[in-house]
Write a protein that binds this ligand. Sequence first.
Ligand code: ATP
Ligand code: PRP
Ligand code: MG
Length: 212
Amino acid sequence: MITLALSKGRIFEETLPLLKAAGVEVLEDPETSRKLILSTNQPDVRVVLVRATDVPTYVQYGGADLGVAGRDVLIEHGGAGLYQPLDLNIARCRMSVAVRDDFDYAAAVRQGSRIRVATKYTEIARQHFADKGVHVDLIKLYGSMELAPLTGLADAIVDLVSTGNTLRANRLVEVEHFMDISSRLVVNQAALKLKREPLRRMIDAFASSIPA
Ligand code: ATP
Ligand code: PRP
Ligand code: MG
């Protein structure tokens, strides 16, 4: 049995065409079913649904043989025990710093002020500001980062941006785009040895159908 860990929503939706190219069709729809283990047209392949941030953990400990996770999630996790053979080029977005339009970020950086930054991505933010030599107080949030500058919780946020609609709707401006994000295939290293043939076949099938 091969177990593939996916998260509901964009990762599931954007992985479906890649699975199809590998000859795998998921038989249940996660938006209408409450099931967390989905069967496929291949009796020896199943999909398990986990939170996006839990995909690396499932694959690391062998709860799944392979999975699909964003580069953001993989950096935050650390990637220990994971083989990352492919950038799937799906769920593309960017990691950015954003502020209220009345906050002068460039001046704060120039003056060496301490900046309060709210984010779900504390490891990525820590590395980014350390590289820039900017002093920050990081405030860990689990969602709705855009609210932090509006309520005075923070001066800035580090968050994912795609269309920019969420920032615009909350009157925030993107002042630094510092990382490009897409999702990757991650594979459990022990499984790669024990289930070498079927996993190799699946990795190769994914590789030949990655969107441009
Ligand atoms: P949860 O909903 O469980 O809190 P989540 O918000 O991390 O989790 P998704 O929004 O499905 O889950 O994000 C999964 C991955 O998709 C992210 O890790 C990121 O790599 C990518 N992603 C997130 N937001 C966008 C976006 N707006 N456009 C494109 N890709 C995105
Ligand atoms: C993500 C991300 C941003 C938004 C950016 O949220 O956390 O808020 O997308 O995309 P945009 O630039 O196209 O607006 P998501 O849609 O995943 O909602 P979530 O808060 O449930 O994670
Ligand atoms: Mg999200």
